[in-house]
Design a protein around this ligand. Structure first.
Ligand code: GUN
Length: 292
């Protein structure tokens, strides 16, 4: 079994980007700038956004963090998005999700200029991805593609079972794995909460990608010998022995499954670290006007 080291892969990608930014700077070009909008005080969201901004600093990007109380009105948020859309200094920006319930998330996402939508959540980018046109790919699926590529995992003709149909991970992942480019050319099954017999499907899989947020859902008896297992789950479970009071658990029963599969991602240190690297990749592409 080979461990798919997301931390190492993310560092490699970030170093590649940092080298490119240094060259842009040396040539007097515009350094990429990412802005992040954070609403409220959710612990997970604050950690993610803080990491994104810190990564920008480390690799030489400009960054701005715009914070609002969770009482912010939809109108205020939409005005800020309009401002960011028009700000030539900002190459790309994200609005960290989830948003408070009184704000219409779809309306907010649709207000973002697709050219600056480095999360790849705008319907224009989703549509372009489906059509096989240049688009910003959402960070988590893009990170998984990088893992498959950099570990040179064969995907052509394989059966890929994706579990979870979120807009952020499962749905785009299922589309990307079915595309006629590498890594892709898979036969794809997309499972979700109404799948009648999940184990029946996972046992057929050469590649399992699970993103549902149910710790330990995938057990060894559900996995074919030699399968590739990608675990996107990162659920905080209470752990009194940690200073933080919690630890992260994936959707895969790692101990059991690791013995059966050919490749597996750990949690933490698997898919998670790659999402930031791919957000930075999208921001660099935005600055270089590579997509639009
Ligand atoms: N919430 C969880 N994942 C993400 C992400 O990739 N982008 C944004 N904006 N919010 C998130």
């Amino acid at each position: 079994m080979t461990l798919l080291d997301g931390k190492k892969t993310s560092e490699a990608i970030q170093n590649e980007i940092a080298a490119e930014v240094a060259a842009i700077r040396a040539n007097g070009g515009k350094v990429p700038h990412l802005a992040a909008v954070l609403v409220g005080n959710d612990g997970g969201s604050i950690t993610y956004v803080t990491n994104k901004v810190a990564t920008c600093e480390r690799i030489g990007f400009g960054s701005s963090l715009i914070r609002y109380e969770d009482t912010v009105t939809e109108e205020e948020l939409l005005n800020k998005i309009k401002e960011l859309n028009e700000d030539d200094e900002v190459d790309g920006f994200i609005v960290q999700l989830p948003l408070p319930r009184h704000i219409d998330t779809e309306k907010v996402i649709e207000a973002i200029d697709p050219k600056k939508d480095v999360d790849g959540f705008h319907p224009t980018n989703v549509g372009r991805m489906v059509a096989g046109l240049p688009a910003y790919l959402p960070a988590t699926p893009a990170g998984i593609l990088q893992l498959l590529m950099r570990y040179e995992i064969e995907t052509k003709g394989k059966h890929c079972v994706v579990i979870g149909r979120s807009n952020i991970v499962g749905t785009p992942m299922s589309i990307l794995m079915s595309k006629s480019t590498y890594p892709g050319n898979c036969t794809v099954t997309l499972c979700h909460r109404h799948t009648a017999d999940l184990a029946y499907h996972t046992r057929q899989a050469d590649i399992i990608i699970v993103a549902v947020g149910q710790p330990g859902l995938i057990t060894a008896d559900m996995v074919k010998e030699g399968a590739v297992v990608i675990d996107v789950g990162t659920t905080r479970v209470p752990d009194a022995s940690r200073k933080s009071g919690f630890r992260l658990r994936g959707d895969v029963d790692f101990e059991g499954v690791a013995e059966k599969c050919s490749y597996i991602t750990p949690v933490p240190g698997g898919v998670g670290p790659l999402t930031i690297a791919m957000l930075m990749t999208n921001t660099l592409r935005a600055a270089k006007k590579e997509v639009y």
